[in-house]
Design a protein. Structure first.
Length: 351
């Protein structure tokens, strides 16, 4: 699958501005249920970032707010609701700004102004504007009203695992050709970066990411399992062992496991966000809030440990069998035993 780029700016407001936008009908609801994780940063980016020109200040609004749009001729101001985002960037060149800002700035001899903007969709911004480690799966911080924090401007690449309601991706190439939006199929993920939005091969996403959290470990494991089933099914079709219709069924069923875990992630996000909100209101202590979150995460934490152990056993058993240290049959038994333990804990974690 080739990379196809979307409209510049779609991660902010474009999804509902161009009709079909990034996804099909019910897009906002679908995006709110999407699973986002951080996939990387530009080569050479050093953390923590101290350069103020790279920092975006983000606030989750707790009351309706009007935000002046500085960009474009007679720019439309943002009318933001509770729960939507206000972002304050560093100093920006006034050359392309609205005359409302450009002319007074020029009169004072200024060439740059502090820029701010609004975003209607926290779920997409969650994937793109965040000082996160590669492979770190995101929490619901963008859902906590009144929350204020810093992020790295246009430095992150976020990946969204589509939910059932996310049906299409509208690319700039498709628009130029007058074509329809790309239909999202099992295994297709949406990536967001400073260039826009595109649909990279899942193999590329997995290759470039190393999980750094327990949740990330489990999600990466599920995605790798799916990719293996997808590759095997595709191979068998080419060799004539199964029909394309049967292959599609296998792939679709395998993808359901990924989306099932996605639903689990969203549930954990809600628990974490609610615990933080109750603690901020003094309804529970911060210690108890932490305990609730840890208890909810415990099955995932244990499963992640079993997956890591399985990966080690599989790697060693395969190596020893290849080196002739143990028979191939013994290696397969060790791997199968470790895999059964993973399946047991996956069932307990309900993923």
């Amino acid at each position: 699958m080739t990379e196809t780029y979307l409209w510049q700016g779609v991660p902010n407001q474009g999804y509902n501005k161009y009709g079909k936008g990034i996804v099909g009908p019910g897009s906002k609801e679908s995006l709110n249920g999407a699973v986002n994780f951080h996939a990387g940063a530009p080569v050479g980016t050093k953390y923590p970032v101290t350069d103020k020109s790279l920092i975006t200040k983000i606030e989750v609004l707790n009351k309706p707010t009007k935000i002046p749009n500085r960009w474009g001729k007679k720019g439309t101001d943002y009318k933001m609701n509770r729960g939507e985002l206000r972002m304050t960037y560093g100093l920006q060149d006034i050359e392309y700004m609205d005359d409302r800002w450009k002319l007074p700035a020029q009169a004072k001899g200024k060439t740059k102004l502090l820029d701010q903007a609004g975003s209607v969709e926290p779920s997409l911004m969650e994937a793109t504007h965040r000082d996160a480690q590669t492979g770190e799966y995101l929490i619901g911080k963008f859902k906590q009203r009144g929350a204020k924090f810093n992020a790295v401007k246009d430095a992150n690449i976020g990946v969204t695992i589509p939910t059932k309601g996310m049906t299409h991706v509208l690319t700039s190439e498709a628009v130029k050709k007058g074509a329809e939006a790309i239909e999202l199929k099992p295994g297709m993920v949406i990536a967001h970066d400073a260039l826009g939005v595109y649909t990279p091969p899942l193999a590329t996403v997995l290759k470039k990411n190393k999980p750094v959290t327990d949740l990330g470990e489990v999600m990466a494991h599920q995605l790798k399992r799916f990719q293996k089933i997808q590759d095997t099914a595709t191979k068998y079709v080419k060799e004539g062992h199964i029909t394309q219709a049967n292959a599609d069924k296998y792939i679709e069923n395998a993808w359901k496991s990924v989306t099932k875990l996605g639903n689990k992630v969203q549930k954990l996000n809600r628990i974490e966000a609610n615990a933080a909100e109750y603690a901020s209101k003094g309804l529970i202590s911060k210690a108890n809030a932490g305990k609730y979150v840890a208890k909810a995460m415990q099955p995932i934490t244990t499963l992640a440990q079993k997956i890591k152990k399985f990966n080690r056993i599989q790697a060693l058993a395969t190596k020893y069998a290849k080196d002739g240290v143990i028979p191939k049959e013994h290696a397969q038994k060790y791997i199968a035993k470790a895999w059964n333990i993973v399946k047991h804990w996956a069932k307990k974690a309900r993923v």
